[in-house]
Design a protein around this ligand. Structure first.
Ligand SMILES: [Zn+2]
Length: 244
């Protein structure tokens, strides 16, 4: 099962917080200086193709076909695909409104899941499906987007930062421990039922030598004495028992 967990509750809009700091969630004064959000202003996406550096203009929902088919297996339930379409649309519009990462080259968003969100062309997507399933699969993708046209997730009239994941191991993590931004609608919540997902648990075994190599790649002055029991220990847990 695929889970998208969005906890929407009162929070501080990050992109205005520098100008109008808010001391607490309950104290929501006249700081509401939000940019006007008009869905109609965000109908064309300037997509950066990371492999070529080319920037392509696409109608928002046509662009989303490539995102949904790049981010989620088409075999998932149509309702999951629709949820993915709404979250991806919200994420895209948020990036168009706020992200300056690719603005210098005139793009709103790129096609890399490591940077923005995945996107794959119809041609490339179709080529990876069995020939006899291509047509019906693509219709399913189009339906997930077309049946949700106009739907975005808003908080106080503005698109949220709609991050998504495939599995959180039973509980999401607060955004402040992941990216450092503390959004009230990106707090840790339980996501029961995820244990039915095939990638719910994973285990990795590496040798001591491999551990040293990997750690040195990131921390060149890394040093460890395996003869001492207390050289590997948990120093701190987040509120969801994740180790930091
Ligand atoms: Zn990007």
């Amino acid at each position: 099962m695929f889970f998208i967990t969005i906890l929407v509750k009162l929070f501080e809009i990050a992109f205005f917080s520098e100008k109008t700091p808010v001391s607490s969630e309950k104290n929501l004064p006249e700081r509401i200086l939000y940019k006007e959000f008009n869905y109609g202003d965000y109908k064309t996406v300037k997509l950066l193709h990371t492999s070529t550096g080319e920037v392509e203009e696409l109608p928002l929902d046509i662009y989303l076909y490539g995102v949904v088919s790049g981010e989620m297996p088409v075999t998932f339930e149509i309702e999951a695909l629709k949820a993915q379409a709404i979250v991806a649309r919200t994420y895209t519009i948020y990036q168009m409104m706020n992200n300056t990462k690719h603005k210098d080259i005139g793009a709103d968003i790129c096609d890399s899941s490591l940077c923005c969100q995945a996107w794959i062309s119809k041609e490339n997507r179709m080529a990876r499906w069995d020939e006899n399933l291509r047509e019906e699969n693509w219709i399913k993708i189009e339906n997930s987007v077309n049946s949700t046209i106009g739907k975005v997730i808003l908080y106080e009239g503005q698109p949220i930062r709609a991050f998504f994941h495939s599995n959180s191991g039973g509980m999401t993590e607060s955004s402040k421990y992941v990216w450092g931004g503390d959004f009230s609608y990106l707090q840790a919540v339980e996501t029961s039922g995820e244990d039915a997902y095939s990638s719910y648990k994973s285990e990795v075994t590496i040798s001591k030598d491999e551990l040293v190599v990997k750690m040195k790649e990131k921390y060149s002055d890394f040093d460890i004495d395996f003869s001492k029991d207390d050289w590997i220990k948990i120093l701190e847990n987040t509120e969801t028992s994740r180790k930091s």
